[in-house]
Design a protein around this ligand. Structure first.
Ligand SMILES: Nc1ncnc2c1ncn2[C@@H]1O[C@H](COP(=O)(O)OP(=O)(O)OP(=O)(O)O)[C@@H](O)[C@H]1O
Length: 260
């Protein structure tokens, strides 16, 4: 295991009955990297995020965050301690305003108790003001201020995707997991998203793991890429190595190239 790594998988398996969703997966992610995970449909990419964010407990193997084993920690604890994700299918509170969607996410970090709420204590008021200020600052950073008071569910798809990322940032992550953030985007939108992801990484000092089918995103912004196939690690390396790896070309990139 690489002791400098912020996230490490060590021989991780996740089986659902006879289905080996991930099978003996090991990799290290260094701090500050944009780390891509690619592979054909059903290759186990989202399952890697599900075990890392605590939604599933791996069948075997170990997962480390800052060299601490986190396999058995509940998802809310993992989120509160630095690993936050977005979902392949957008999961916003559609009937709440954009600002409220962000404020809700802040509650993994509140410093007041039930009595403060009942008696509207100074601590409660100050904390609520802080949460609102921080939420507005993130909306500003993400170019979403104009939508702050609008219902999230009524907004265009591209804006909803950015709100999902903004909401994840409200949890103050060290590691941000993006599950297919470019799904449904055209090349111009993907180029904009690439710039946004790099800007977020730099501004918030994040490490980013991204599951993505869009090679325009993966090859442009990832420092390192893990390729999975049928739940197993097929290759790991820099974008150029992955592009030229014959096994990867056959399993995955070949198909993408022939579609372009
Ligand atoms: N909760 C579950 N119960 C049963 N099988 C599951 C479960 N979650 C995932 N799987 C199976 O595990 C395999 C890997 O699924 P996963 O969603 O991780 O793949 P993926 O690479 O993210 O696919 P895609 O690119 O289509 O999103 C698939 O065969 C899937 O059907």
């Amino acid at each position: 295991m690489n002791n400098e790594a912020i996230v490490s998988f060590k021989n991780v398996c996740m089986y659902f009955g006879g289905v080996k969703a991930i099978d003996d997966i090991s990799f290290d992610v260094d701090e500050g990297q944009v780390f891509g995970i690619i592979g054909p449909n059903g290759a186990g990419k989202t399952t890697i995020f599900n075990v890392l964010s605590g939604i599933y407990k791996p069948t075997s193997g170990d997962i480390y965050f800052h060299n601490r084993r986190i396999n058995n920690l509940p998802p809310n604890y993992i989120t509160g301690n630095g690993i936050t994700r977005t979902f392949q299918n957008i999961r916003l509170f559609e009937n709440q305003t954009v600002l409220d969607n962000l404020k809700i996410a802040h509650y993994s970090h509140i410093h007041y108790g039930i009595m403060d709420v009942i008696f509207t204590s100074n601590r409660f008021k100050k904390e609520e003001e802080r949460i609102e200020e921080e939420s507005l600052a993130i909306l500003d950073f993400m170019n979403l201020t104009a939508y702050a008071e609008q219902k999230a569910g009524a907004l265009p798809y591209g804006a909803q995707r950015r709100i999902e990322i903004a909401r994840a940032l409200s949890c103050k992550p060290e590691v941000l997991l993006l599950d297919e953030p470019a799904a449904g985007m055209n090349p111009v939108e993907i180029d904009e998203l690439n710039q946004l992801i790099l800007k977020i990484r730099n501004q918030f000092n994040l490490t980013v793991l991204v599951v993505e089918h869009q090679m325009r995103l993966v090859m442009e912004i990832c420092n390192e890429i893990l390729v999975t196939n049928f739940g197993r690690k097929l290759a790991i390396g820099k974008p150029n190595d992955i592009k030229n790896n014959p096994e990867v070309l056959e399993a995955y990139l070949g198909k993408v190239k022939s579609n372009e």
